[in-house]
Design a protein around this ligand. Structure first.
Ligand code: FAD
Length: 772
């Protein structure tokens, strides 16, 4: 016989499952197209160790691999082990493009290997036996679980008729039948009395859901270890083990797939031992509901979870019964006797829970009411981050920063942008386009701020956001068509040129750059620096602020903003500026730009001569809040790094977090983040209710408080990580450099503090006047 390349998870065929391999080989040679005929007697067979029901075998001959599933030998429980049904459902699903192994041949002739069997294609990929997926990082784990949920939603979306599976199930009343089937199976296999099992059966029978006539194709055993994933991507290649598939209520599959979140701590070791923390239960539910376009508030989900536990308990009892008669297909079958009672007890407990929904509650979520659309988009963004952005960051994007192409946009970033756009996660920062409030968007911005790359993927990154706001609010139709539209589509990017090297620009009236009318043109002369994004190869336009000669005496009416295409003669990129040594290439860097007689048409002026300060005020309010929320996302990411490191490393006989000083730092970080977030949300709400101008004091307060709070968190995280914290192995140094600039950019702290004091004094004087 052939020596077999090792197939993970297989062993020699167990004695009780042996069959006539020569007979099988002869049969396959004559019936299975493409099965290698020569040399005879070379078929190698191994048995998969997992799976408690229909024994499954790995077949190999002539470099080709197949999988065979058969009924077990000996007496069997009624209605179980129907391999012909498995074959039929796989065939229908494969034809519909659903990920299942291609079924190749079914044999009802028991004379071949002693029982019915079928053969399917062998799919090469990853199977995770431990549901907590310890072999992958949190981002990949989330991505894999979310892919699994999307696949489940796809399964439930099929129309039975179009699959040709009419009559596959037994009609309406699935839940009722399930309760009675599993009760019968349990009774047939039970060897001791377990009161919780009886009570649970009774509760289920008396609390059947009113919509028990729903009929979708359901899998019946939908778990992560029944899925083959792509070898490197978070993509489902095949769903296995269709023995329990039928038609019925889809929430039964969903509850079964998410039961691990409620798994009793006392049961360990049956592939379900650890509680899954990432992704959360809510995320799985919301992914599923989004894909099926149903509400995330699931009524009667307690019934389905209780049913799941009842079924698990009955299956465990059945496996144990088969073990007692020597007919179980896995080696650890005897352990199943111990789990029946705790499973039944957990089922009873779950039956009493009143509601399950995917709405996540946090202190800020309860105090600040998000719109329904805001909640949904936030959840979609969270999933997108987990499914696409974190895995991309882990494997590709950070590596790109160290290549010679680092000033170019990595193609992966462009692909992610397309994906985000297709999902409608695009231009969320602009209320008139997204329909979101500032409060809604503030929470979304925080989520995207966890990654350096995410804001751009969602077309929500500075300075484009601010420039788009300017053009949207103040641009002419022609300006909008020419520049706003391609910016909104993400086809081009832009920069904003206000700060100058030769004058203190926190007082913008110092500005020296001139914008002078000359016939049908404006001519721009001057030097700018810190023009963020100007080095992006896609940066096609700048909004430039400069001094215009006019008759007004007000210091704040001497300046104008004007649109300057980057390829206008006379505009020259002089040099990129570094930020604590970082060039920030992926965001297009920060450039010094000189303008020498740069001539643009008069139609490029925005709003009109002398209106520059007016525009700057309108531009900076919401933008500052978004920056602050994004940086809170970075603070959360830094605190996560801090806590992980504190739990991993040990000094002087204790884990780092066990030293009280480190524990206090952790607490301080949490205090800072919560306080800063509450202020930011409060400001966002005020902008929503009263507009930018009336929220100026709050905007200034937020702009001072948040960067300070976030820097404090990052600094503690650096301290706890030791030398690693300032190295390229951790993102903390880059985070620190970036957040530190927020205490200068968009106005230094001192300017904002002066603003706050001015408004405070004004408010106090109003109070005094009111008292008099
Ligand atoms: C990473 C980064 C990106 C940037 N991106 C852009 C961009 O895209 N476009 C753009 O135009 N600019 C950008 N800037 C520039 C930024 O907005 C300016 O640096 C900022 O406005 C301060 O101006 P300045 O550097 O000229 O500092 P100055 O005005 O010289 O101020 C220096 C210091 O003086 C003190 N000071 C100032 N005013 C007062 C006061 N009233 N009371 C007490 N002390 C005071 C403060 O401590 C202040 O930090 C960016 C800056 C950085 C670091």
């Amino acid at each position: 016989r052939e020596t077999m390349a090792a197939e993970p998870g297989t062993s020699e065929v167990r004695p009780q499952h042996r069959f006539d391999q020569d007979s099988l080989e002869r049969y396959l040679s004559s019936r299975l197209p493409g099965f290698p005929r020569q040399p005879a007697g070379a078929l190698a067979v191994r048995q998969y160790s997992s799976g408690q029901s229909n024994p499954t075998f790995y077949l190999q001959k002539g470099g080709q691999a197949f999988v065979l599933r058969k009924k077990p030998h000996g007496p069997l429980l009624p209605r179980a082990h129907k391999v012909d049904r498995e074959y039929r459902v796989q065939k229908a699903l494969f034809s519909a493009g659903f990920p299942v192994p291609e079924p190749l041949l079914y044999c009802s002739d028991v004379s071949v290997i002693g029982t019915e069997f079928y053969v399917m294609q062998h799919v090469q990929g990853r199977i995770f036996r431990d549901i907590s997926l310890p072999e992958v990082g949190p981002a990949e784990r989330s991505a894999l679980y979310l892919a699994m949920m999307e696949t489940l939603a796809l399964l439930h979306s099929f129309d039975l008729q179009s699959l040709g599976l009419q009559g596959y199930g037994r009609g309406p009343g699935y839940c009722k039948r399930q309760v009675s089937t599993w009760k019968k199976q349990y009774d047939a296999a039970a060897h001791t009395d377990i009161p919780a099992m009886n009570k649970l059966a009774e509760w289920l029978a008396n609390n059947l859901p009113p919509d028990d006539n729903e009929e979708s194709l359901i899998h019946g055993d939908f778990r992560i270890d029944n899925i083959i994933f792509h070898p490197t991507e978070a993509r489902v290649l095949a769903v296995l083990d269709w023995e329990l598939s039928t038609t019925g209520h889809p929430l039964a599959d969903l509850a079964y797939a998410t039961q691990c979140y409620f798994w009793p701590a006392s049961i360990k070791g049956l592939g379900q031992g650890s509680v899954l923390e990432t992704p959360s239960f809510e995320e799985l539910i919301s992914t599923y509901c989004r894909c099926r376009r149903i509400s995330t508030t699931l009524s009667n989900f307690n019934f389905f979870l209780a049913l799941s536990y009842f079924k698990m308990a009955a299956i465990a009892q059945g496996v144990y019964a088969r073990y007692l008669i020597g007919n179980a297909s896995a080696e650890n079958s005897y352990e199943f006797a111990k789990v029946v009672k705790p499973l039944a007890e957990r089922g009873l407990e779950l039956s009493k829970r009143s509601s399950f929904s995917s709405t996540q509650h946090s202190i800020s979520g309860e105090l600040f009411h998000q719109s329904r659309a805001g909640q949904e988009i936030l959840l979609k963004v969270k999933q997108f981050m987990k499914q696409h952005i974190y895995p991309a960051e882990e494997v590709k994007l950070f590596i790109h920063l160290n290549t010679e192409d680092r000033w170019k946009k990595p193609p992966l970033l462009e692909r992610l942008k397309e994906l985000a756009k297709a999902e409608g996660l695009w231009n969320l920062f602009l209320p008139d386009v997204s329909g979101l409030s500032q409060l809604d968007y503030a929470l979304i911005a925080e989520e995207t701020g966890r990654s350096f790359f995410a804001p751009e993927v969602f077309n929500c990154h500075a300075p484009d956001t601010g420039n788009m706001e300017v053009l949207h609010m103040y641009g002419t139709e022609e300006q909008k068509k020419k520049w706003l539209e391609p910016l909104l589509e993400g086809k081009i990017s832009s920069c904003f040129c206000m700060t100058e090297p030769d004058v203190a620009s926190s007082d913008a009236t110092n500005m020296q750059c001139t914008v002078e009318r000359d016939g049908n043109s404006y001519v721009i002369n001057g030097k700018k620096w810190w023009s963020s994004g100007a080095g992006n190869p896609n940066c096609k336009v700048a909004i430039v602020m400069g001094r215009t000669k006019n008759s007004s005496t007000s210091r704040y009416k001497q300046h104008s903003m004007i649109i300057v295409p980057m390829d206008t003669p006379g505009l020259k990129l002089i040099r990129p500026l570094s930020v604590f040594g970082y060039m920030d290439e992926i965001h297009g860097g920060h450039f010094e730009i000189h303008f020498n007689d740069v001539r643009v048409p008069v139609s490029n002026i925005i709003l009109g001569e002398g209106r520059g300060f007016e525009i700057a005020q309108g531009r900076l309010g919401p933008g500052r809040i978004h920056h602050c929320m994004r940086s809170l996302g970075a603070a959360e990411a830094a605190l996560e790094i801090l806590c992980r490191r504190a739990a991993q490393r040990q000094t002087f006989g204790k884990k780092l977090y066990q030293h009280e000083v480190v524990a206090h730092w952790i607490a301080e970080c949490r205090l800072s983040i919560e306080q800063a977030r509450l202020l930011t949300l409060q400001t966002a709400r005020k902008i929503d209710m009263l507009g930018n101008r009336r929220a100026r004091k709050e905007v200034a307060m937020t702009k001072v408080v948040v960067p300070r709070a976030v820097l404090k968190v990052i600094d503690y995280a650096v301290q706890v990580c030791g030398g690693a914290g300032v190295s390229q192995d951790f993102p903390l140094a880059f985070m620190f450099a970036y957040i530190r600039t927020l205490r200068l950019a968009d106005g230094p702290d001192e300017v904002h503090l002066s603003t706050i004091a001015r408004w405070e004094l004004l408010d106090q004087s109003k109070k005094l006047t009111a008292k008099i």
